[in-house]
Design a binder for this molecule. Structure first.
Ligand SMILES: Nc1ncnc2c1ncn2[C@@H]1O[C@H](COP(=O)(O)OP(=O)(O)O)[C@@H](O)[C@H]1O
Ligand SMILES: [Mg+2]
Length: 245
């Protein structure tokens, strides 16, 4: 049981993850706005809820449930049915309230996680904690509290991280990359004057994972992972160039 992987339901991604996440992993999903972080996270929750009987909770600081319903609908998913059956819970709150909830054992959040037997959780997005402090140390402390609080619940969590298109090289703010167990990065890359989407697993503690960068598309049904980029360098910088054969 403990070695069983937590699958995302996204075929190529589960392959890249050597079968899926290790249970109770804290996973950072980094990417620019529009990269597909929320879509990927919803797919992860829906897969758990429908295929593994694992109830999910999405905590959003930016999107009201109504807006999430609409986004999900454009991907072909009906969140209402899952909510009605108790397999999916959507919570709209603020970073300050969430932080206080995580730190207090009898908060509404902790009650919900217990009562609804939440197994998968998504936090959209951790970048919003930036507004609580301008001090790097404080931010690191906040991230550590959040991650440790979620770890204690025994769930598998996806933390979404907003970044600018040129932020890929910068060490993430507050050292979140060092605290999490796995990192998935979504990028826009320019190939021959057209934008394509690229996905890569940057880190997975306690497990091997694919090092390749693969294409993906977003459409009805969510993310579809395509082939690896071959004969290209500089993909993660956003501007790729062909390598000589
Ligand atoms: N049905 C669809 N067909 C094609 N693309 C879609 C569809 N629904 C959403 N998208 C694309 O998905 C992206 C939105 O992804 P989202 O998960 O909201 O990104 P993020 O959370 O990283 O900002 C947008 O770029 C949008 O163009
Ligand atoms: Mg989003």
């Amino acid at each position: 049981m403990t070695n069983e992987r937590v699958t995302t339901g996204i075929k190529g991604l589960d392959e890249m993850l050597n079968g899926g996440f290790l249970p109770n992993s804290m996973v950072l999903v980094r990417g620019a706005p529009g990269a597909g972080k929320t879509s990927l996270a919803l797919q992860f929750l829906l897969h758990g809820a429908t295929k593994h009987d694992e109830p999910g909770l999405l905590i959003s600081f930016e999107e009201f449930p109504s807006s999430l319903h609409r986004d999900a609908e454009s991907l072909g998913w009906n969140l209402g049915d899952l909510e009605a059956s108790g397999k999916l819970h959507l919570m709209f709150t603020s970073p300050a309230v969430l932080l206080a909830s995580i730190e207090s054992p009898d908060s509404r959040l902790n009650q919900l996680i217990q009562d609804a037997n939440i197994r998968r959780l998504v936090l959209d997005s951790i970048s919003h904690f930036d507004c609580l402090t301008s001090d790097e140390h404080d931010l690191r402390h906040i991230y550590t509290s959040v991650v440790n609080g979620l770890r204690r619940e025994g769930i598998t969590a996806m933390l979404l991280g907003e970044e600018g298109r040129a932020d890929y090289q910068r060490t993430s703010k507050g050292g979140i990359s060092f605290i999490v167990d796995a990192i998935i990065m979504l990028r826009y890359v320019e190939i021959d004057s057209a934008m394509q989407r690229a996905i890569v697993v940057l880190k997975m503690r306690g497990s091997d994972h694919a090092k390749e960068i693969r294409r993906y598309e977003i459409g009805s049904g969510g993310l579809t992972i395509k082939n690896a980029f071959a004969g290209r360098e500089g993909l993660l910088s956003g501007a790729s160039y062909r390598t000589l054969p």
